[in-house]
Ligand binder design. Sequence first.
Ligand SMILES: CC(C)(COP(=O)(O)OP(=O)(O)OC[C@H]1O[C@@H](n2cnc3c(N)ncnc32)[C@H](O)[C@@H]1OP(=O)(O)O)[C@@H](O)C(=O)NCCC(=O)NCCS
Length: 192
Amino acid sequence: MEDDYTTRLLTPETWDDFAVLVEANNGVWGGCWCMGFHPEGFGSSPSVGGNRAAKEAHVRAGTVHQVLVYAGDQCVGWCQFGSPAELPNIKNIKVYEKEAVDLPAWRIGCIFTGSKHRGRGVARAAVTAVLREIRAAGGGVVEAYPEQVEERAPQRGAYLHTGPESLFEEFGFERDRKIAKWRWVMRLAVTP
Ligand SMILES: CC(C)(COP(=O)(O)OP(=O)(O)OC[C@H]1O[C@@H](n2cnc3c(N)ncnc32)[C@H](O)[C@@H]1OP(=O)(O)O)[C@@H](O)C(=O)NCCC(=O)NCCS
């Protein structure tokens, strides 16, 4: 199924494709425009329009790393990655910092598949592309912060905005430490 998808970076050229995906999904989480992990987060007075403008400004300035997944010419998925400086506002940051020994070179932040395209390998294609980009950029330790799904009641995809742990396990990520009841820091060393 993944062979049916192509991936591209989110750039000014692909901005409109991303915007169509987000708008078809109610702005994602009612209008976050996937801004939460970026340095400014949602700012002091968040609004849907403000989130959209802030995201577009990042894309035009080249200050974020994100991949888009396409089925044909339709953008159906998105995944964010970057250095800790690009993505400082991960969930459970206080607990994270308490036991942090060293920072990774890269983080994988939020991940999103259009609601009509879930369960068909879109997120898998997104993470595959992210790891390819990281390898091409020189590799290094990559962290993800997914939700545990095993030994737990089934979760709707809507709650898995940092991805399911099982997805990252597929790529060889291993648990480093727990930072919330169901959230783990997982790590993978990517060689160039
Ligand atoms: C979580 C999410 C990204 C998964 O995307 P997807 O494209 O449906 O995932 P895939 O089809 O690539 O699944 C890959 C693997 O992840 C795991 N997985 C995916 N969805 C899962 C779920 N709801 N529960 C448990 N595991 C799940 C499975 O291991 C799956 O492999 P399998 O199908 O062989 O069992 C998607 O449900 C989503 O976008 N949810 C909303 C998240 C959100 O709001 N993000 C906003 C960020 S600001």
